[in-house]
Every structure is written in C-alpha cells, then in structure tokens.
Ligand binder design. Structure first.
Ligand SMILES: Cc1cc2nc3c(=O)[nH]c(=O)nc-3n(C[C@H](O)[C@H](O)[C@H](O)COP(=O)(O)OP(=O)(O)OC[C@H]3O[C@@H](n4cnc5c(N)ncnc54)[C@H](O)[C@@H]3O)c2cc1C
Length: 401
C-alpha cells in the first residue's frame, strides 16, 4: 500500500465517516478511512441506544450542546434525503421523587437555553396519557427526540464518501505515524501510506493511537460497558416510545431507560459498568494489558476513590437481574422479572484526566499535522454531522497551512 492522499481518517465509526464525508463533499479533499475491523461501525457506533438526542442535557455553550442541536437537525434532514428509517417520536423524562422534580426543572431550563422548542412539563396525572404504564411525580416531554439505527447512518455516510471519490479500507489497523518533510508517513498492518494530515477517530483506542502518532493525549480512555435487557415481545406494550429517568448530574451517563427501537423492539438499559477490556462486551471480558494500563494511570485511581460507591452499585446491578429490575420499576412499577431478558451491550469510550475527572465535553487535541478525537461519547452519534463539519474545517486549515 503506497499511495498519497490529503487526509487519512483513522476509525470507521460514525465520527470518522462523518468527518470524511465533510472533507470529500465540502472541501474536495482526497480521503481514505482506515478501519481495523472488517466492517464499519463495529464498536460504539454499532452498539448504542439508537436515540437521536434533542440536546437537552448539555451545558449551554459547550461543544456537546452546539453540535447536538445542529447535528440533530442535520441528521433528520440526512435521513429524509437518504431514505433511512427513523422516527421522530419524542421522549418522556420522569421524575419519581420530589428531589428529582427540581432536577427536572433544571433540565428544562438547560433545554430552553440550548434552543429546544418542543419542551413541555407534564403533570402527574398526564403522564399516563403519554406512557400508560409509567408512574411518576412529574414529567418533561421532549418532542425533538427520535430513534434511528446508527449503523445504517454510518453506512450511508460511507456511500456518500465513495460517491465523492473517497476510499474506505477495512481490516487495516494503524500502528503509528511519523512526520517528514512532505507530510506524514502512516504505518499500518497492511503497509505504509502517505498523507498531508490525519485525524484520529479511533474511539476506544484514541489515546493509544494519539501516542503512536507522537501526540500526548493528556487523558486515558476508560471503558464503561452498557448492558441492555430486552422486553419480551408479549410485554412490549408497556412502552410506547422512550422513557428516561432524571439523570444523576454528577455523572456523564443518562441512566437506564426504555427505548422502542427503530425495528420496534423494546430495550431497557444501558448500565454503566467499568469494563476490564476496551472491547469487552461480556461480563467476563478481561484484558491484562487494558487492566494494567488502567491501574497504572493516576487519574483512574483518583476516579475510583471518588466514584467507588456508584461503581459497586453498577457491578451489583450487572450481576443481579433482580436489582436491575428494581431500578427499572421506578419508572414502570408493574414490570416483572420475567418481562425482560438479557440482550447485547456496548462499551463507551470515556476520557478521564490525570485528576480523575470524567471529561464531560467533547475533547480534541491538535498534534503535528493531526487532530485527535479523545472524547466523543453520547451524543456524538446524534451530533456526528456537526462534529464532522467542525473537524473537517480544522483539518482543511491544517492541510492548507
Ligand atoms: C451503550 C452506548 C449507548 C449509546 N447511546 C447513544 C445514543 O442513543 N445516541 C447517541 O447519539 N450516542 C449514543 N452513544 C454514543 C455513540 O455511540 C458514540 O458517541 C459514537 O458511536 C462514537 O463514534 P466514534 O466513531 O467516535 O467511535 P467508534 O464507533 O467506536 O469507532 C472507532 C473506530 O476506530 C477503529 N479503530 C480503533 N483503533 C484503530 C486503529 N489503530 N486503526 C484503525 N482503526 C481503529 C475501531 O475499530 C472503531 O471502529 C452510545 C454509546 C454507547 C456505548
């Protein structure tokens, strides 16, 4: 493999493909995506809740808030244009205690500050008109939320890249990159490649890829597994659309929720359990290298000290179906243990800094002729078109400079 392109994109997830699409369509750059797995969207982009987030939760002025709102609008338009199945179904966030009502109020304020228009407070006796099986003290209706299959979205981005003259090579893992007088030499498992610049969208491996490209990522990726249950078909009528709890504002996770997916299944989850392997989809998954890396990182030890209670509770819920059902029953009291069965899981790439803080916003580091996406958790799938356009603009500047 000895070709020269303007930009190499490392990672064929939804962020990498969205960026490559913007580079080919908006900047007419020659682009090649290198993806380690045999298929696109093999990790986070193909293992998620499939929710098109409205943009409610995020700190006003943050990149998450801006790109989620812009990206959601662009995504609905893209799905319409490309004929991708999606449903703009809205969602209900449910407060189950008086303390949560105050948090619900704060969420509503945030949503309004972020420019959401379809927000409506729902009184206790109105909740059942929207979701008949749900009981709560108050609710918030979020009209702009929807569902889609992000794997299908990634594939559609890929077809647009190919139409625009870009290339996608799967089964090619990037090992490192070194700058020389003409740009970068990118070393892969299938030989070398030359490029003027690169963008690292390697998700769960983004910190390692940054280091291999001689850039200090300043954070470590900590993997958090999200385990799902599926509601058995005879009981799917318990959920009309999307039912969410009020999230814990101290954590970057939204809490286990019910999702009626685009193919009409009903999922419950995900949890947020520390994983001992970056691509560890099972409860028994373990990688010595990943675990040693975690334990050596001072930020991980600080994080563990701070959040150990939450961590232990998540492990307990992962092991015990009864505990998981108990959490879900706060939203749907009549849910029985036999109503759900274990389904798949996804692993989130969450960046943690040396002080043990879980980074809340998206985080991009600039290297030598390179950009490194080091934190792109939820809602990055929703926001992907807007993130891709932002990254493409920055990368075009790098290539032109
Ligand atoms: C359980 C869960 C639920 C979620 N729910 C939602 C949701 O409902 N809505 C939403 O908007 N977001 C959601 N998210 C977040 C969303 O899925 C991610 O933010 C998004 O998919 C990140 O995309 P990515 O391209 O950065 O990463 P990924 O999809 O992980 O892609 C990275 C790619 O890089 C490849 N790679 C790694 N190393 C190399 C290398 N050395 N060489 C070549 N390739 C490499 C990997 O194989 C992988 O394909 C969820 C995430 C999880 C895990």
């Amino acid at each position: 493999m000895t070709s020269t392109v303007d930009v190499v994109v490392i990672g064929g997830g939804i962020v990498g493909t969205a960026t490559a699409m913007a580079l080919t369509e908006r900047y007419r750059r020659s682009v090649v995506i290198l993806e380690a797995e045999r298929t696109l969207a093999a990790h986070q982009s193909g293992h998620n809740s499939g929710v098109i987030h409205a943009g409610l939760y995020y700190q006003p002025g943050s990149e998450k808030a801006r790109t989620c709102v812009d990206g959601r609008t662009a995504l609905y338009r893209f799905c319409d244009e490309m004929g991708i199945a999606h449903r703009r179904c809205g969602k209900l966030i449910v407060a189950t205690t008086d303390a949560e009502v105050a948090a619900l109020h704060n969420l509503e304020q945030r949503g309004r500050a972020n420019g959401l228009v379809g927000l409506r407070r729902v009184a206790r006796d109105e909740i059942r008109d929207i979701e008949p099986a749900v009981s709560g003290v108050a609710g918030l209706w979020v009209e702009e939320t929807g569902v889609v299959d992000f794997r299908a979205v990634t594939e559609a981005y890929a077809s647009r890249i190919r139409d625009g003259g870009g290339a996608i090579r799967t089964g090619v893992k990037v090992i490192g990159a070194v700058p020389d007088a003409r740009g970068l030499v990118i070393e892969t498992t299938r030989g070398e490649l030359r490029a003027l610049a690169l963008i690292n969208c390697a998700g769960l491996h983004a910190d390692r890829v940054a280091r291999a490209c001689r850039t200090d990522p300043e954070v470590t990726i900590v993997p958090f597994r999200g385990e799902y249950y599926e509601v058995v078909s005879e009981r799917r009528s318990l959920v009309r659309n999307l039912i969410y709890p009020v999230p814990d504002p101290a954590l970057p996770f939204l809490g286990a929720h019910f999702t009626r997916t685009i193919d009409d299944r009903v999922e419950a989850g995900p949890s947020a359990v520390l994983a001992f392997e970056r691509e560890g989809y099972d409860r028994t998954s373990f990688s010595l290298r990943d675990t040693v890396d975690l334990l050596r990182f001072p930020g991980f030890r600080r994080m563990a000290l701070r959040y150990w209670r939450t961590g232990v509770a998540e492990i307990a819920r992962s092991v015990s179906k009864e505990l998981f059902v108990r959490t879900l029953r706060r939203l749907i009291p009549e849910l029985r243990r036999t109503d759900i069965r274990r389904a798949g899981s996804g692993v989130r790439a969450q960046a943690v800094d040396r002080l043990g803080n879980l980074l809340d916003d998206f985080y991009i580091v600039r290297g030598n002729r390179s950009l490194h996406v080091l934190n792109a958790p939820s809602p990055a799938a929703t926001a992907s078109i807007a993130i891709g356009r932002t990254l493409a603009a920055q990368l075009d500047e790098l290539v032109t400079a």
